[in-house]
Design a protein. Structure first.
Length: 285
């Protein structure tokens, strides 16, 4: 066996001066050196891990402290009464939006997707504002804007006065009486049964309620923003001049009076003294 595979270790006792000689295989010495390196590397890793963990704990602590300070700051800006006020106003604004949606459905007006449809759509984004940016003035302004929106919608003619078959459209048509030539028809004719209820299409004031030439029994209602509506060929008139009406109120009954070839209601919308197509007021785009 070669001596190169062994190393000699001499140990001397300083008291007895006794000397002992040991022969150790070289591979054991190499293993001891390797173990020392592994132990050193492990110690360094543990130190680094502990340092990282300590830093993370410190980061979390300061993050929590910062969040706590923001909450306290928000609470100092909005006391309980202000919070209750905000919640109540936001709730009332939501209820007003529901009234708008209900109103449009009652008027048979097609609208954009409802808020419920939007809730199911995850493709959303854009600017956002932190909670602490909310303030009473913003909420009040939004509530007032929604309430004004409802009033404006109720004052503009929307939908139809009677849900029936469209017997004549807005625009140029053949003469229905003689069958010869053509004429301009300034509204929509909606066929039905004599006595069917006719509803006003917006809030307003009755300005005419009597016989009016070829219109027969006729009602004219003045609305806000320069709008008027006309309802002709009625069998009955159930309102008086000067009377205030709300959208959806029954103002008369479908008939066949005046220049008419069958039971229907003639419906017109006049904006700033110009007759416009009522079909443009049957949906919100």
């Amino acid at each position: 066996m070669s001596n190169s595979n062994y190393s000699t270790v001499i140990i001397t006792d300083k008291n007895s001066h006794e000397t002992k000689v040991y022969s150790i295989k070289q591979k054991h010495i190499e293993n001891i050196i390797l173990y020392k390196r592994i132990l050193l590397f492990s110690t360094i890793c543990v130190v680094i891990l502990l340092a990282g963990l300590s830093s993370y704990i410190g980061y979390v602590y300061y993050q929590k402290r910062d969040l706590r300070n923001k909450i306290l700051n928000l609470q100092s800006k909005l006391d309980d009464k202000q919070l209750d006020y905000l919640i109540n106003n936001l709730s009332e604004a939501g209820e007003t939006l529901e009234l708008i949606e209900k109103y449009l459905k009652e008027r048979e007006v097609k609208t954009l997707s409802s808020s419920k449809d939007l809730d199911s759509n995850n493709d959303v984004g854009g600017e956002y504002y932190a909670v602490n940016d909310m303030n009473v003035d913003v909420v009040n302004s939004e509530k007032e804007r929604i309430e004004n929106l409802l009033k404006n919608i109720q004052s503009i003619p929307m939908g139809l006065p009677h849900i029936g078959r469209l017997s004549s459209d807005f625009g140029v048509r053949g003469n229905p009486m003689s069958g010869r030539g053509s004429e301009f028809h300034p509204g929509l004719d909606l066929a039905g049964k004599i006595g069917d209820p006719i509803k006003v299409t917006a809030n307003g004031i009755i300005t005419y309620a009597s016989v009016r030439g070829g219109y027969g029994n006729c009602i004219i209602v003045k609305h806000s923003h320069g709008y008027e509506t006309l309802y002709g060929h009625l069998s009955e008139i159930n309102v008086k001049v000067g009377q205030k009406v709300k959208s959806g109120d029954i103002i008369g009954k479908l008939g066949n009076t005046g220049r008419s070839t069958g039971p229907h209601v003639h419906y017109e919308i006049i904006h700033n003294n110009i007759k416009v197509n009522p079909k443009n007021f049957l949906q919100i785009k």
